[in-house]
Design a protein around this ligand. Structure first.
Ligand SMILES: [Zn+2]
Length: 91
């Protein structure tokens, strides 16, 4: 089984940003919008495929290299703003 570890990182980053940043207090946090934010961010982030159980098999060196080459926080922050400005449903 392969899994894109970038999805896990995007999910964690999104949760942290929404929880800790007062500027995102008014962002819609329904499942649809959160999925849209994650999809938008992931489209701009290089995938990081791992096999087996997440968190056990990836090499730490590659992980560091990946995080340095990919600005996950920046892409997630951009996606939050974009999706909020293009919300698919009424408030
Ligand atoms: Zn929503």
């Amino acid at each position: 089984m392969i899994k894109n570890y970038a999805e896990v990182l995007v999910e964690r980053t999104l949760e942290n940003l929404l929880r800790n940043n007062p500027e995102y207090a008014n962002i819609c946090k329904c499942d649809n919008c959160l999925d849209d934010i994650k999809a938008k961010a992931l489209n701009n982030i290089k995938p990081y495929y791992v096999t087996g159980k997440i968190g056990e098999v990836y090499s730490e060196y590659n992980m560091l290299e990946y995080q340095n080459s990919t600005n996950i926080v920046m892409e997630v922050a951009k996606a939050i703003v974009h999706i909020d400005a293009n919300r698919k449903h009424n408030p």
